[in-house]
Ligand binder design. Structure first.
Ligand code: SAM
Length: 263
């Protein structure tokens, strides 16, 4: 059974580029089982055969593997802290770069754009939203949401930042235009300038320690000196040596700052 599991994940990696080996085994197996159950298959080698014969299934599989649930202003306290304690620092800079890494359907980078608008710095902010899931990126580029994604926003804010039509909410163009979406795998360095702020929430939790370490090194490299890193509230990376590259700014909100004067 272990061999057939390895054969399956090697095959998925080869065909999709999704680096299964770097994801935690238990959640990975749970997600593979979601697809196997849907197809009424019991064994990993049966699913392997199915994938070989039905390459369209890869698309469904990647969707399940990369669960991309998100909300505008998810964990509102984190955004509140950024607004009060971090964004004022950006006011004196001529250009500010944010990166929402693992941005799913765009809720997070658009929330950063809204926050920037509220701080009066929108015109000098460039935000990058990246993900490995093309389907999620497609939704992000459209910028149209249902009310579930907006559950942390007051109706006043919804009216201010969205055009609504038949229970669908489209992010207004002046906010949308500040965000660029790119297909990018976190195991690589991204193709844009060094960042003042990187937000990567609810992504590292699915990855094993080795992968978390690699990605933290990339974040350190990609941040400007003393740039900020925001991780998810569920992500406890205690004991990971690469966390020493950062100083905690707010432990409860998992907000860190790059140490030293590197790049
Ligand atoms: C649960 S969503 C998090 C969305 C948002 N950051 C939030 O906290 O609401 C996780 C996202 O990470 C993306 N992801 C997973 N592995 C990735 C990788 N290696 N590189 C880039 N994105 C990845 C998934 O495709 C998914 O859209």
């Amino acid at each position: 059974m272990e061999n057939s599991f390895n054969q399956l994940i090697n095959f998925i990696q080869e065909k999709t580029g999704f680096m299964c080996q770097l994801y935690k085994e238990r959640p990975l197996k749970r997600r593979l089982r979601v697809r196997m159950r849907a197809l009424q298959l019991n064994k990993y080698d049966e699913y392997y055969d199915f994938l070989r014969k039905n390459p369209n299934e890869f698309k469904e599989l990647v969707r399940v593997l990369t669960i991309n649930l998100s909300y505008f202003f998810r964990n509102p306290e984190t955004f509140e802290f950024l607004q009060q304690n971090v964004f004022p620092e950006f006011k004196d800079r001529s250009r500010v770069i944010f990166w929402s890494a693992g941005c799913a359907g765009g809720e997070e980078p658009y929330s950063l754009a809204i926050l920037a608008e509220q701080a009066g710095i929108l015109s000098k902010v460039q935000i990058y939203g990246t993900d490995i899931d093309e389907e999620a990126l497609g939704r992000a580029r459209k910028g149209i949401y249902n009310s579930n994604a907006l559950q942390y926003l007051s109706s006043e804010l919804i009216m201010r930042y969205f055009e609504s039509e038949r229970e669908q909410f489209a992010i207004k163009e002046y906010i949308k235009s500040r965000v660029t979406f790119l297909h990018h795998d976190l195991f690589q360095l991204p193709p844009f300038p060094h960042c003042d702020l990187i937000v990567c929430r609810n992504v590292l939790i699915y990855l094993d320690r080795k992968a978390q370490r690699r990605i933290l090194v990339n974040f350190n490299e990609q941040l400007k000196p003393t740039g900020y890193l925001v991780l998810g509230k569920v992500e406890l990376l205690l004991g990971i040596p690469e966390m020493k590259l950062f100083d905690a700014v707010n432990r409860a909100e998992h907000i860190y700052r790059k140490l030293g004067t590197g790049t």
